[in-house]
Design a protein around this ligand. Structure first.
Ligand code: IMP
Length: 221
């Protein structure tokens, strides 16, 4: 399967490529398709936005393309679930990741002390589409807390502010393979892998890729 990630975010694509490894033939993203104009994310949920991105990209690329979209973000309990679907544009249209982190730290100033008061989660919804049809939705989430200051250089977005449950370091400090093994995106992709293992898709040579004898997949749950 040649997969087109319906995103221009090179960090997301790199994580997806690394997590899927040789389960797919190749992974490209919208940087390879400059003819596709920016897709407006008008949905109220991660899943709605993921559907919009997958179907619009599918329409632009035609029937044969396998599209996987990723809509994701951070929900902070003390902020009523914000920034949520607005994570990429938290401090305004065209905001940089750094701008968004500064705004989040400002909003979180003084929120401390009580148990769970800085609790948050990353969420990810992925939609697989082909031929203009939504084929499957894969979701993942990861609980954690918001750090008091940025720590670490790894990753992107809010990684340097997010301490995953069970750890004392941020995703900015943890190695990428540790993040990928537990992240919201990693968890959604585990469900995609289960889905893939149940399919009987022709490979590049026209032969079957069917793995067979799979237990009932968890991707539906
Ligand atoms: P999207 O491209 O509209 O899905 O926006 C995703 C935004 O959520 C990104 O720009 C980041 O700010 C944030 N985000 C999503 N996933 C991650 C992650 O794995 N690490 C850090 N930030 C993330």
């Amino acid at each position: 399967m040649h997969l087109v990630v319906a995103s221009g975010n090179a960090h997301k694509t790199a994580e997806i490529r690394r997590i899927l490894g040789d389960l797919v033939t190749s992974v490209e993203d919208l940087s390879a398709h400059p003819e596709i104009k920016e897709i407006q994310e008008t949905g109220a949920t991660f899943e709605e936005n993921a559907v919009i991105k997958a179907l619009e990209t599918g329409r632009a690329l035609g029937d044969g393309a396998w599209i996987l979209s990723d809509d994701s973000g951070l929900e902070v309990d003390a902020l009523g679930g914000k920034p949520g679907v607005y994570s990429a544009r938290y401090s305004g249209a065209g905001a940089s990741d750094a701008d968004n982190r500064v705004k989040l730290l400002e909003k979180m100033a003084g929120i401390d002390g009580e148990e769970n008061s800085r609790s948050a989660r990353f969420r990810c919804a992925m939609v697989l589409a082909r031929g203009g049809q939504k084929i499957a939705v894969f979701e993942g989430a990861l609980e954690g807390v918001i750090a008091n200051a940025e720590k670490g250089e790894q990753g992107f977005g809010y990684d340097s502010l997010f301490i995953p449950e069970g750890y004392s370091e941020t995703f900015g400090q943890l190695p990428p393979e540790v993040k990928n093994s537990m992240s919201h995106r990693g968890r959604a992709l585990e469900k995609f892998k289960l889905w893939l293992a149940r399919q009987d898709l022709p490979n590049e040579n026209g032969c079957s890729n069917h793995v067979g004898n799979q237990k009932k997949a968890e991707w539906e749950t």
